[in-house]
Write a protein that binds this ligand. Structure first.
Ligand code: ZN
Length: 208
């Protein structure tokens, strides 16, 4: 596994595409190979409260909850891990330039950095941090869920509820993976409903 020293591995894609499982699988392989590994999870992602992930084959992986990139850098300074994973990187605090700079710093120190994160939000807009990390990755994997409408590779996580917040944590049942085509159809349907409501409001106005 020494060929991955100082390399950046990025797992991205929509929700339900298996990004986190891929990150865990990578970390596990490094652990088997005898590397000192650790996985960080932004504490914003409250689905995780454990400090350890124990896989089916009883290999325990250290998982540390962090708020921001400073927490990760402080941990690395203290413990010197040779392989780090960052799950749900789009939730990590600390600011975009600092996160990129810190990851580059770790790579220069020969640390292997594996990140998993959403490529786009529910509107199809890129998550900035993933957008920055994708081109500088040594290994880039785009994972796909299955479109719940037509069964082809999904493209985006469509939000079924009407909520303007960019991130609704732990509400995975409020999202569905859709391909580009089915996403467009859903958007058209939503816009049609919206327009219809507006018309009826106008009509109400005229009735007064
Ligand atoms: Zn589809």
């Amino acid at each position: 596994m020494h060929q991955y020293k100082g390399k950046l591995i990025v797992h991205t894609g929509s929700m339900f595409s298996g990004k986190t499982s891929s990150l865990e699988k990578d970390i596990k392989r490094f652990a088997i190979a005898g590397y000192d590994t650790v996985a960080f999870k932004p504490s914003l992602d409250t689905r995780y409260t454990e400090s350890e992930i124990v896989t089916h084959d009883n290999i325990s992986l250290k998982a540390v909850l962090v708020d921001n990139i400073d927490d990760i850098m402080n941990y690395c300074k203290e413990h010197n891990p040779s392989v780090i994973g960052i799950d749900e990187v789009q939730f990590l605090g600390g600011g975009l330039p600092k996160i990129v700079e810190s990851i580059n710093f770790l790579l220069d120190k020969d640390v292997t950095v594996i990140v998993a994160g959403l490529d786009m939000d529910f509107t199809g807009q890129a998550f900035e941090i993933v957008k920055e990390l994708m081109p500088i990755a040594d290994y880039l994997y785009k994972h796909h869920a299955v479109c719940v409408k037509c069964g082809t590779d999904a493209w985006v996580s469509h939000r079924k509820i009407k909520d303007k917040e960019r991130v609704v944590i732990g509400a995975s049942n409020e999202y569905e993976p859709l391909c580009r085509r089915c996403f467009r159809k859903e958007k058209e349907k939503e816009e049609a409903i919206l327009n219809k409501n507006q018309v009826s409001f106008e009509e109400l106005g005229e009735l007064k």
